[in-house]
Ligand binder design. Structure first.
Ligand SMILES: Cc1cc2nc3c(=O)[nH]c(=O)nc-3n(C[C@H](O)[C@H](O)[C@H](O)COP(=O)(O)OP(=O)(O)OC[C@H]3O[C@@H](n4cnc5c(N)ncnc54)[C@H](O)[C@@H]3O)c2cc1C
Length: 362
């Protein structure tokens, strides 16, 4: 019986397990995750503004694994030995015939210990629960979002909605190191999002960095000081700690460069945020649609390897992307068309509902 280990029970890991469980080869499939529950990340910013219960976004991994007839080991993977084909945790080492690394990404604190101590991250259901709990204490005067990417912009709009519903007038500030928010997106989208945020009264400070973080104040590189801040730390993500030690090609975020079959080597495939797929500096972005399809494809190529038939190249289909805004003035590109307003907001939630229960999720 061939043993397949999957590290990470997120979108990529669960869709891979789902595919493998249906192949009829009697595989021994084991999922590893450091958490008990798998988080549905695209909706977590909406828990702040729209009042969605974060508990609805966490699915019990053990339950999903029982449904898929896969094993579940709730342990953090600390290292992988490609030579001996073993995965190790603090408790034990486990051998595999094939491995899928689908451990997603985590908040990058860029070694800033103060940010780790005082800031809130927004990368899990527990993160958003901590934010909501702290908001309940009503002790903040300034809401500072460090990072003007997708998550920062979405978070800022949700804080705006939260404060509006509570009838509170406080400052929301996006602090972005680059000259513009939403880095690689088309100019029209950046302009639309920026205008929309400004209409909500949100300040956007570009070419600025957070220089000092203290218990009750944040100082920017420009010298501006914000007292009683709630600091939301979303300047970027990086892959899991064990990946940093792996002798494979990686980009600065620690995403593993994979070949056209999604392999890091003959017996190790990668999927989701962990995998860097593409060429000529044109790589797939981190997104649910790619995590799900890569997970499935990696699983199918493992099945082909076991059956001794040629592997198939991964050919991604990009359906587009949306920047959801809590005031329903979202924007994005869907099926090659530019979209803005309420339509992309509705599409975002329709996709989320569709995906909430699919691909091996509970
Ligand atoms: C706030 C936010 C909003 C987003 N909104 C959107 C959106 O609107 N649309 C979209 O397409 N994408 C969105 N994304 C991105 C999307 O959520 C990710 O691309 C997707 O979750 C990646 O799936 P994955 O399976 O690779 O990783 P994940 O879903 O993150 O799963 C990885 C799993 O691996 C586990 N793990 C990590 N390290 C270890 C270890 N060492 N040992 C064991 N287990 C480990 C984790 O606990 C986790 O369960 C958003 C992300 C965030 C944070």
């Amino acid at each position: 019986m061939k043993k397949v280990i999957i590290i990470g029970a997120g979108f990529a890991g669960l869709s891979a397990a789902n595919r493998l469980s249906k192949c009829g080869l009697g595989l021994e499939i084991t999922l590893f995750d450091k958490k008990e529950r798998s988080d549905f990340l695209p909706v977590i910013p909406d828990c702040i503004g729209r009042g969605i219960n974060p508990e609805l976004l966490a699915c019990d991994i053990a339950y999903s694994c029982r449904k898929l007839k896969a094993g579940f080991i709730r342990e953090e993977v600390l290292s992988v030995d490609f030579e001996s084909r073993q995965v190790s945790t603090a408790q034990a080492s486990y051998s595999y015939d094939f491995l899928i690394i689908a451990s997603g990404s985590q908040t990058n604190f860029f070694s800033n210990q103060d940010a780790q101590d005082y800031a809130f991250s927004l990368n899990s259901v527990n993160d958003v629960k901590a934010i909501i709990k702290a908001l309940g204490e009503n002790k903040f005067d300034n809401f500072i979002i460090c990072g003007g990417g997708y998550t920062g912009v979405e978070a800022a709009a949700n804080f705006w909605l939260y404060l509006k519903k509570k009838g509170l007038i406080k400052k929301i500030i996006i602090v972005e190191r680059a000259p513009a928010i939403l880095g690689p997106l088309p100019d029209w989208m950046k302009a639309y999002a920026e205008k929309n945020l400004k209409n909500m009264g949100i300040d956007i400070l570009t070419n600025s960095v957070i220089e000092k973080i203290e218990v009750n104040k944040v100082t920017l590189s420009t010298g501006r000081v914000f007292g009683n801040p709630m600091l939301i730390w979303v300047p970027g993500v990086r892959t899991a700690d064990f990946i940093q030690k792996l002798a494979v090609n990686k980009n600065p975020q620690g995403r593993i460069v994979v070949d056209e079959y999604l392999r890091a080597n003959q017996y190790c495939f990668c999927a989701g945020d962990t995998a860097l797929f593409g060429k000529n500096n044109n790589f797939l972005r981190m997104a649910v649609q790619f995590a799900i399809t890569e997970g499935e494809h990696a699983a199918k190529n493992i099945i082909r390897s076991i059956r001794n038939v040629p592997l198939k190249k991964f050919r991604p289909l990009d359906l587009g992307y949306i920047i959801p805004m809590a005031n329903n003035r979202s924007c994005g590109r869907v099926f090659g068309l530019n979209v803005k307003g309420i339509i992309p907001t509705l599409l975002h939630f329709m996709m989320c509902v569709f995906r909430l229960k699919g691909g091996g999720r509970c």
